[in-house]
Design a protein around this ligand. Structure first.
Ligand code: SF4
Length: 267
């Protein structure tokens, strides 16, 4: 994987652009234009987007919003072409915001610095960033162009990733910039209480007003790599009740919400 050579300020490697209902976090249920970027530098055990890890030769672009009439185009995509596609998606004025998702969108920071001010002017839509919450340097470059950030705090016992230091710097940056931000924590049957407590302390240290979403893991259809199905078993009802109680020691708002777009059979 050569992430450095796959990104620049004029073009980006994409997976897809489409219109759908947001299934997670603070924007749940709203209609968004999704721009899914290729590449991720993490390897979470529960990842349902492993197809984004590599740079694909082509991306798929929905022609009419919500109709799933995809056409394929070569990667990388020039900035002007992406602007045109987003404008085409936004034509009926049905969207609440634009979602930057992936993969890890912040890998494309040089591109986003150029793209975001233009797409904001063009659509007048708020920009929502979905991120692993581990690239604070890249966040600081694009933060002026964002309206809402949904950042993950990765529990090592669930994700296999460990980014506590980056997470706190990242969250502090969001909070100090007066950006709307919420934290998403994927929980599974394997969640260790020490991890959850550490996550609660981390968020509460920045602000007790930052909403936290505990998201029970969605079982994958097929295991990814060497990960066995046993590592991605959702928590029991008793576990999530206990964990919500625990997290309320640190922050005021703790919501337990599964991936609703999967329930609705959305993308
Ligand atoms: S950060 Fe997201 S896209 Fe990257 S491996 Fe983790 S779940 Fe998958």
């Amino acid at each position: 994987m050569n992430i450095k050579n796959s990104t620049n300020e004029h073009s980006a490697h994409l997976i897809e652009v489409f219109s759908a209902i947001q299934g997670e976090g603070l924007n749940v249920g709203t209609r968004q234009i999704f721009i899914r970027f290729a590449l991720c530098d993490l390897r979470c055990h529960f990842c349902d987007s492993a197809h984004t890890w590599k740079t694909p030769k082509v991306c798929r672009i929905e022609h009419n919003p919500g109709l799933r009439d995809f056409e394929t185009y070569s990667n990388p995509v020039p900035l002007e072409r992406l602007l045109k596609w987003v404008e085409q998606q936004n034509a009926p004025f049905i969207h609440d915001s634009i979602s930057l998702t992936g993969g890890e969108p912040l890998i494309h920071a040089p591109f986003l610095i150029q793209f975001l001010p233009q797409v904001r002017t063009l659509t007048k839509l708020p920009i929502y960033l979905e991120t692993g919450g581990h690239l604070p340097r890249q966040l600081s470059q694009v933060i002026p162009y964002l309206d809402l950030v949904g950042m993950d705090v990765k529990l090592p016992s669930v994700s296999g990733e460990n980014h506590w230091h980056e997470h706190i710097t990242f969250l502090q940056l969001c909070y100090q910039s007066n950006l709307d931000v919420f934290v998403k924590i994927i929980v599974s049957e394997n969640t260790e209480l020490a991890d959850l407590r550490k996550a609660g302390e981390l968020v509460g240290t920045v602000s007790t007003d930052i909403p936290v979403f505990l998201q029970p893991v969605t079982p994958l259809d097929t295991p990814t790599g060497s990960i066995t199905q046993a590592t991605i078993i959702p928590p029991t009802p008793d576990q999530v009740l206990g964990w919500q109680t625990l997290m309320k020691e640190f922050v005021k708002q703790v919501r337990v919400v599964p991936q609703t777009h999967k329930m609705l059979n959305q993308l």
